[in-house]
Design a protein around this ligand. Structure first.
Ligand SMILES: [Zn+2]
Length: 96
């Protein structure tokens, strides 16, 4: 793959734009908050006997809790993925 000098300058300038805008810290904070939120939700689900019984389990089970949470997480990751994409795109436009 071969690039023109102006293309390389544009790429380097874009990456410097990320550095100038402190995007690495913004992304780290965003992902930390997202992970904290996911772990908080998991803490609500793990070994919650009401939720476990609604899925047919008769007693507490870490494994069953994890499987149930992963089903909810599929929906959650779809929603947070949209938010994450919007956030990253905003940073990309600002870096240009
Ligand atoms: Zn970028």
């Amino acid at each position: 793959m071969k690039f023109e000098v102006n293309e390389i300058k544009a790429i380097v300038a874009h990456e410097l734009g990320h550095w100038h805008n402190n995007d690495q810290y913004k992304i780290m904070l965003f992902l930390s908050l997202e992970f904290a939120f996911v772990f908080y939700l998991f803490s609500l689900v793990i070994n919650n006997i009401t939720i476990l019984k609604s899925f047919g389990f008769l007693e507490k089970s870490n494994f069953a809790s994890l499987v149930i949470f992963m089903k909810f997480y599929e929906i959650l990751i779809f929603l947070t993925g949209k938010l994450q994409t919007a956030f990253i795109r905003r940073l990309e436009f600002k870096a240009d």
